[in-house]
Design a protein around this ligand. Structure first.
Ligand code: HEC
Length: 123
């Protein structure tokens, strides 16, 4: 549906919207993210949009806009975010959790680099 908006170079056969190449070691993590985390988190490398139509409270942070370390991502997966209130724990476990965390650590925050920083004057 909205995958076209991300057009980029997505060679999407099947898992549409994922802009990570199939030969990338993080591809598996991207697929897992798209299938397990997309309901609540926006992350364009996985072609996910979060939920525009759901309440703010279930909407997880937009992961395009913040960087995550591998440790933080794994912690969030195991503990259900940092507050433990909304995000379910252990949606993915073991090797799958590690794969998703690696993917998130690599691709989260991509938009953060290009967005204006506080204190910067816009032209
Ligand atoms: C039911 C909705 C929901 C699902 C599904 C979900 N999350 Fe979350 N997530 C949230 C919410 C809400 C927060 C923010 C609250 C918190 O940190 O406890 C969050 C926080 C996070 C954070 C911390 C972000 C930060 O910097 O504060 C990470 C990383 C994260 N989620 C990754 C994932 C991954 C990876 C998956 C899939 C395995 C996933 N989430 C699935 C709702 C969700």
């Amino acid at each position: 549906m909205i995958a076209a908006a991300f057009g980029l170079s997505a060679c999407g056969f099947g898992e549409q919207g994922i802009s990570v190449s199939k030969s990338d070691p993080n591809y598996n993590g991207a697929v897992l993210f798209a299938t397990h985390c997309s309901g609540c988190h926006t992350l364009s490398a996985a072609g996910t949009q979060g939920t525009g139509n759901r309440g703010e409270r279930t909407q997880g942070p937009n992961l395009n806009g913040r960087t995550e370390t591998y440790e933080d991502a794994l912690f969030a997966i195991q503990n259900g975010g940092f507050s433990g209130a909304i995000m379910p724990q252990n949606i993915v476990v073991g090797k799958e959790a590690e794969a998703v965390a690696r993917f998130v650590a690599k691709y989260a925050g991509e938009a953060a680099e290009s967005s204006p920083r506080p204190g910067q004057t816009s032209p």
